[in-house]
Write a protein that binds this ligand. Structure first.
Ligand SMILES: Cc1ncc(COP(=O)(O)O)c(C=O)c1O
Length: 395
């Protein structure tokens, strides 16, 4: 591997964790920017304007992302979950409507639909990409279906060209859950701009995470953007307080976080490049393991931003234990398909099955891929996986 382009020699590694472990969530994630954060807390706190939410710093951050993406609008709000619900509400999706979502993924995919008053319809995923299968989604379209909500999964983008086509053919709205895919592109189009609206979550472990809750909505539709701005702030139009045009929510954005995100944005490309470099190394090391039951993510590089690097392993729990013994932390994100959770089972359509979602839940294992890993740590992770397979082959 080439030298680490991001981590400085004096940057922290795992000093909050045990000394010889490879952390999954980096403990020193914001250490390099600690002084900047303290300065910004003081700056916002002492600003004569005394404006702590939705002020000029939030507007500047929204503008920065809008320009970088070439979007019609970028609307900062309080979380990715809230962003998804706002989009569905802004589209007028509610009671009696159905929204097709993947059966494998995070709770907000189903919960946002239910919170908007609609019904999630779970479609199985593709066994290789773990993203929603467009053919299965199409088979679930009924007269009540109003929207499709594909989600990008780990490092792989959903098949957005197929979903754009399906939405156009069946006259459906297209919401892109790109919460984990900020920085990803597919056929040159950024994640978040394939749907009528997309989202980026800024929870700390995301590709452009921050120390707190927050997200943005990205859209190519200016009108939708206006409505979302109103809904995120109690139905008030920007600059016109205490006049409520619609029933909105409080989904506002913090000024300190906006300033901090703006401060860190110039380093985003390098942090992503480091993740991609680590992922490329893993994939090279793991390519020969597929015939021994450990599958790296599909090799096509288009659309990637390595939020998470997940392998599929037939003996997932044994692999996790083997890595833990070597001080390598791993993570299982979704141990069961969404419709198999008690919260969402009542919404599961009778007679539908999700065999690929179940297989993914049983087999996926995420490895550390954050930008603060040293080359030695990356090699330790890779060697841990390879030695597991070697040991199995010998046994
Ligand atoms: C695919 C996906 N969608 C939505 C969300 C919700 O984002 P947030 O945690 O900011 O509410 C997440 C968060 O983890 C996610 O992974």
């Amino acid at each position: 591997m080439t030298p680490d382009p991001v981590r400085r020699a004096d940057a922290p590694t795992a000093h909050h964790g045990a000394p010889d472990t490879v952390d999954f969530f980096p403990p020193g994630l914001f250490e390099e920017d600690r002084q900047a954060l303290i300065r910004l807390v003081r700056e916002v706190g002492l600003d004569p304007e005394q404006r702590f939410i939705l002020g000029r710093r939030t507007a500047a951050f929204e503008d920065l992302l809008r320009t970088a993406l070439g979007a019609a609008d970028v609307i900062a709000c309080s979380s990715g979950t809230s962003a998804l619900t706002l989009i569905l509400s802004a589209m007028g999706i509610g009671a009696d409507d159905e929204v097709i979502v993947p059966a494998f993924g995070c709770a907000p995919l189903a919960a946002s639909v239910i919170r908007a008053g609609a019904v999630p319809v779970f479609a199985d995923v593709r066994p290789d990409t773990l993203t929603i299968d467009p053919d299965r989604a199409e088979r679930l379209v009924t007269a009540r279906t109003r929207a499709l909500m594909p989600a990008h999964m780990f490092s792989v983008m959903a098949d957005m060209p197929r979903f754009v086509d399906l939405a156009a053919r069946r006259d459906l709205r297209l919401v892109e859950d790109s919460a984990v895919a900020q920085g990803g592109t597919l056929r040159g189009v950024p994640a978040g701009l394939w749907g009528e609206a997309g989202v980026y979550s800024f929870v700390q472990v995301k590709t452009c995470g921050m120390p707190g809750e927050g997200a943005v909505i990205t859209t190519r539709d200016q009108e939708l953007g206006h409505r979302l701005r109103m809904l995120r702030n109690h139905g008030q139009r920007p600059g016109q307080r205490f006049v409520h045009h619609a029933v909105g929510v409080n989904s506002r954005f913090d000024e300190v976080q906006a300033a901090f995100q703006t401060h860190r944005f110039p380093g985003f490309a390098d942090r992503l490049a480091r993740r991609a470099e680590i992922a490329a190394h893993y994939t090279e090391r793991f390519a020969p393991l597929a015939e021994h039951g450990v599958h790296p993510p599909v090799p096509d590089a288009d659309g990637r931003c390595f939020y998470v690097y997940a392998v599929l392993a037939e003996e997932r729990d044994a692999l996790a234990a083997h890595l833990a013994q070597r001080g390598v932390a791993t993570h299982v994100y979704y141990p069961r398909p969404l419709p198999e959770h008690r919260a969402f089972a009542p919404y599961a359509r009778a007679g539908t099955h999700w065999p690929h979602a179940s297989a993914a839940a049983d087999r996926h294992l995420a490895l550390p891929v954050h930008h603060l890993l040293t080359d030695a740590q990356v090699e330790r992770v890779a060697e841990g996986v390879v030695s597991f397979v070697r040991g199995r082959a010998r046994a």
